[in-house]
Design a binder for this molecule. Structure first.
Ligand code: SAH
Length: 430
């Protein structure tokens, strides 16, 4: 041994790969093979439930018996994932006979191919071999992954980012976008959910795109620490500082998104929680589409679920609530412009989560009680949920408005109404 391995990226689409073994190692390795488009065939008397699900879904072929040398015929690559060294050796020997590369989970010395520690970042794949020491490979891989994620390694800024206008583009089908789509380097907009407050609650994809952005247009509610990580050359537009009233300000934001993208920039519109949960993300998507700017969305963890969760409140619970409803309380219940059917909500027995409801909380609580929701219904408020400043308060529907006033609860806060509020012991809250 001793010779250095020769690194390769195998393009396995449509090619047969033999996996011998159906246990934990095979379960871990099959997804990357499927991702590469390989035709995966597992030979093993037994399968883990996860592998069986892949077989049932038609993604993997299964031969339910022990290995026979002829199984290697026609395979481009063999992976051995069995514990028994004698059985593993038989697979190795059959592969060697047929000049098929063979990865052995049990014996790196006997293997003719090694699987690297891998990190995928958009279109870029980094594969690390540790010279026979898998721990070293993983350590180096993790360091690279961190630098890719925070943008200090600029891997995503090439012209072929895998995220360039995915088929689920909101602008799909609109005329002018066809031309844009054939030029992956052209400007575009991604609406990214930043999560509810804790900077670690952004999605992996959202964080990657943020690190690749030329322009970031951020809301008031996005975690400040995420903005702290931006490269110095990124243009940061603070959407909460735009003057004018709410509707003019929204027009102005739409204009900035469209203008920057038409000028060729990759624009990330960073929005608190999920972009489409009371975030006006739909209006921005429409404005981009109307201007022929490709636009996609990266969902986020919404405060309507996460803030209750971190206050120890599951929005559903077996035997307690089989539904949860998220409503906006920004208009009083008797406002003719309100689209919320409060009397209908009062008749529901499940969980009601009210966003933007602090100002109108007295009227909301009164209306729900007037239409039949019992005043004893457990009710909670969570202010600045998931952040280090989180505060929560438990009361009942009859007492919540006064309790909120006394405790000086401030926005942003969610109101949670329903028996789930008292389901878990309060020690589960942070
Ligand atoms: N798109 C966001 C919601 C935007 S509406 C999301 O999916 O979370 C703004 C309202 O969301 C606030 O008035 C408040 O009711 C709620 N909210 C947002 N962040 C919050 C947080 N960290 N804690 C509690 N409520 C929050």
């Amino acid at each position: 041994m001793g010779a250095n391995p020769y690194p390769l990226g195998l393009r396995l689409a449509g090619h047969r790969v033999l996996m011998v073994g159906g246990g934990a190692v095979a379960t871990r390795r099959v997804p990357a093979l499927l991702d590469a488009g390989a035709l995966v065939e597992v030979v093993s008397p037994e399968l883990t439930p996860a592998l069986r699900a892949q077989v049932d879904a038609g993604r993997v072929r299964w031969t339910p018996r022990t290995f026979e040398p002829a199984d290697v015929d026609g395979a481009w690559l063999v992976q051995v994932a069995v514990d028994d060294p004698i059985a593993a050796e038989a697979v190795s020997a059959a592969a060697l006979d047929r000049r098929v590369f063979c990865v052995r989970a049990d014996d790196r010395i006997a293997a003719t191919a090694w699987t690297p520690a891998v990190v995928r970042h958009g279109a870029v794949t980094v594969a690390v071999l540790g010279g026979g020491d898998p721990h070293r490979a993983v350590t180096v891989r993790d360091a690279i992954r961190d630098r890719l994620a925070d943008g200090t390694l600029p891997a995503g800024r090439g012209s072929l980012s895998s995220d360039s206008v995915s088929p689920d583009s909101v602008a799909e089908g609109a005329g002018p976008n066809r031309a844009q789509r054939s030029r992956p380097t052209a400007g575009r907009v991604v609406l990214v959910g930043s999560g509810p407050g804790d900077p670690e609650l952004i999605t992996v994809k959202g964080r990657r795109l943020l690190a690749e952005a030329d322009v970031v247009v951020a809301d008031r509610l996005v975690p400040g620490l995420l903005l702290d990580e931006l490269r110095p050359d990124v243009e940061l537009v603070d959407a909460s500082k735009i003057p004018y009233g709410p509707s003019r300000a929204q027009e102005e934001i739409n204009r900035i998104l469209v203008d920057r993208a038409l000028a060729g920039a990759f624009v990330v519109r960073l929005k608190g929680g999920d972009p489409y949960v009371f975030g006006r993300g739909g209006e921005e998507a429409l404005a981009c589409a109307a201007a022929g700017v490709p636009v996609t969305v990266v969902p986020g963890v919404t405060s309507s679920i996460a803030a209750p969760a971190l206050a120890g409140i599951p929005v559903t619970h077996r035997g307690v609530a089989h539904e949860f409803t998220v409503v906006s309380g920004h208009l009083p219940p008797d406002d003719p412009a309100s689209l919320v059917d409060w009397p209908a909500l009062a008749r529901l027995r499940g969980t009601l989560v009210v966003l933007m409801g602090l100002k109108n909380l007295p009227a909301i609580a009164a209306t729900l009680q007037a239409h039949g929701r019992p005043p004893t219904t457990p009710t909670a408020l969570v202010q600045e949920g998931t952040t280090t400043a989180q505060r929560s308060l438990r009361a009942t529907l009859g007492t919540i408005a006064d309790a909120a006033h006394t405790a000086r609860i401030r926005p942003p806060a969610v109101v949670i109404i329903g028996n789930v509020v008292t389901t878990l012991p309060t020690t589960t809250s942070t």
